[in-house]
Unconditional design. Sequence first.
Length: 294
Amino acid sequence: MKVRSRSEKISFACALGLHLILAMLIIFSVERTIILPAEPSDEKKQIIDAVMVNKKTLQEEVNRLEEKELKKRQVEQERIAEIANKEKEAIQKREKEEKLIIELKKKNEELKKEAELQKLAQEKLEKEREAKLKKEQEELKKIQKAKEEALAQKKKLEEVKKAQEEKKAEEDRIAAQKQKEKELTEQKVAQAISPRVKMDQITKHAMLIRNKIHQHWRQPIGFDFNGFYCVVTVSLLPTGDVVDAVVIKSSGNVEFDRSAEVAVRKASPLPMPEDSNIAKEFRQFDFTFRPEAV
């Protein structure tokens, strides 16, 4: 834009210079033509008049050209001003667009960065979710495996227990058969035992049972139980194990009664006679507990 305006100015200056040179040449020729004798002839007069007219016409033409050039210059200046304004507006518009582009680019970068962060966060969340899911699946597998192992172990134990129960049932059956045979044998032998011998054996085992119970008796602290006694009903298994021990006649002191029951239970199993006929007498019996006998 600036190169073009400068060229136009140069063209205008050249045109103006040519007009001025032409005018000077005409004036110079006129001046030379005017230097004539004092009384020119009619023909010369006409020439002078023509020169004067040409000079005037030339001046008018120069003025017209100057006015035209002035208007042209004004139009050119206005056009240049308009072009400058448009250029200024274009520059402002371009600067505004560039600023907007920069802002959009910056916003786009921010959005891109935010999208990248969101993507990373989503990937992290997805990895954590996958890790958690994998861990849960592993835990479920472990639990399932433990359940299967527990079921297998339980099944195995049940099979072992069943086998043991079957074995025990068979042993019990055999033992019951032997016991029955033994009882029959002892019954036959007992028929030959006199009542006195039987009573002696009962008294002997009663003393053994009393001694063992007294060994396990612990006197309650802070009491004097001399002269106290209580009666305890004792229930035994064939093996002598105490099934139950209950005071049926109290001494009048709860602590003493309880100590007697505890002593009977702690003495389990109690000694049993080998003779089954005599042992029957001790399956359930009443025992009088006296501290002085300890």
